[in-house]
Design a protein around this ligand. Structure first.
Ligand code: PLP
Length: 431
């Protein structure tokens, strides 16, 4: 049936009556901007790269839980690990008494860091990992200031929100409760931007107040913007010169999404702290802040008074899912596949969509941004047209004009090829 079907509508209405009205208000605003309805579908089941809604409509999922399903929905090996763990232990005692799977996961994550001797703090969400990094930075440097970037997104709990450079409107209503420790530099989009950005960053670091630079190697929600070559290396050098820490938020880019285990390592950079989330749990909520041993040792220097913990941090079910996910990503050479499949996909899209009002197709690996002419209104109308054709996509970018794709790293290439045809047809209908 044409989505949303009657069951989706009924459930959507029920949710609207009980959920925070923010999301319905956003849907109405989107409907107003795009001139197309924005009533939601409701998911019922999913497998691999497919989602089926409560009306029985089947979709190709090019969002995959906002990039948190690198192996698609319910991958068999993660499901098996969850079943095995479900029979053994659901919850240990976090930071007091760990579970065996938490120990194993922390060891695996420490080995993932590009330098030996790394240490790990686990969390539930990406925002938790960024919070852990911000706290670690101030403990290690005793300088609370942070340099972040316009267009950057690090989560919406208070620490990361203060560093959110994506939309002013995310911060504005909470200004009175927000820390004011962040200075924003422009994220470079083209080589000509690089020197200006680096001048701004260096000046901010020279103030002596900033102990860290927080950066995404590729802007995710900011619209899949790949910065000019050498950006991260130059940030590394600027941080070294100022004795500040480089904190790389790889919550979106990491674990193969951008075609490498860590996009920063691909750029030849060893960060002081790396944040991982999204992909890590294969669909379960878990995140990590991993850092150089000598930086994270700062947590031990306070006689145990500085702690970062929560009831469900390092929950055994999520740890078991994460270990199985890391295994499957390694075994399936997911990063290399994402790199070659993503490259081919972008090239084919560029050919197929020529002359249809597409400003730029960008990204790395299976992180793909399709920036449209016509602003947010056209992007929203096109995303809705794709939903009706059976494809799930979201819009992103500072102006909201970019279709942002983060499909499962395992997605079959014919599905991507068919998506290109569907997008071509929808763009023709929305010139
Ligand atoms: C780069 C980046 N950092 C942090 C976050 C926040 O993660 P979470 O939504 O799990 O808190 C996101 C979420 O989209 C992200 O893209």
């Amino acid at each position: 049936v044409s989505p949303p079907g009657p069951r989706s509508r009924r459930l959507g209405d029920r949710l609207r009556d009980v959920e925070s009205p923010a999301f319905e208000a956003r849907r109405e605003a989107r409907a107003g901007v795009s001139g197309t309805p924005h009533a939601p579908i409701v998911y019922a089941t999913a497998a691999g790269s497919n989602v089926i809604d409560v009306d029985g409509n089947r979709y190709v999922d090019l969002v995959a839980g906002f990039g948190a399903l690198p192996l698609g929905h319910r991958p068999a090996s993660v499901q098996a690990a969850l079943r095995a763990q479900e029979r053994k232990l659901w919850l240990a005692l976090g930071d007091v008494y760990a579970s065996d799977v938490k120990v194993e996961l922390c060891a695996r994550l420490a080995r993932l860091f590009p330098e030996p001797g790394a240490r790990v703090l686990l969390g539930l969400s990406g925002a938790d990992a960024v919070t852990a990094a911000l706290k670690s930075a101030v403990l290690a440097t005793r300088r609370p200031g942070v340099v972040a970037f316009t267009g950057g997104y690090h989560g919406l709990s208070y620490g990361p929100l203060a560093a959110c450079g994506l939309h002013e409107s995310y911060r504005a209503p909470f200004e009175g409760q927000l820390g004011h420790f962040v200075s924003f530099a422009p994220y470079p989009r083209v080589p000509a931007d690089l020197n200006r950005t680096l001048d701004v960053v260096r000046r901010m670091l020279q103030s002596g107040r900033c102990g860290a630079v927080l950066v995404e190697p590729i802007l995710g929600r900011g619209g899949c913007v790949v910065p000019p070559h050498g950006f991260l290396r130059a940030l590394r050098a600027a941080c070294d010169a100022a004795h500040a820490l480089l904190v790389v938020d790889e919550i979106w880019t990491g674990l193969g999404r951008a075609g490498a285990w860590l996009a920063s390592a691909e750029d030849g950079v060893v960060p002081d702290l790396v944040c991982l989330g999204k992909s890590l749990g294969g669909g379960l909520p878990i995140s990590a802040c991993i850092g150089r041993g000598k930086v994270l040792e700062a947590w031990g220097a306070r006689g145990g008074s500085a702690l970062h913990t929560a009831t469900h941090f390092g929950a055994p079910l999520a740890c078991a899912a994460a270990i199985a996910t890391l295994d499957a990503l390694t075994k399936g050479r997911a990063a290399a596949r994402a790199r070659t499949v993503g490259e081919r996909f972008r090239k084919r899209l560029a050919k197929r969509l020529a002359g249809l009002g597409v400003r730029e197709i960008r990204g790395r690996g299976l992180m793909v941004g399709i920036e449209l002419e016509g602003g947010a209104s056209r992007a929203l109308a096109v995303a809705r047209g794709l939903l009706t054709s059976g494809y799930l996509v979201v819009t992103g970018g500072i102006a909201g004009d970019t279709l942002t794709l983060s499909p499962p790293l395992t997605i079959a290439e014919p599905l991507l090829a068919r998506f290109g045809e569907a997008l071509r047809d929808v763009l023709r209908r929305h010139p």
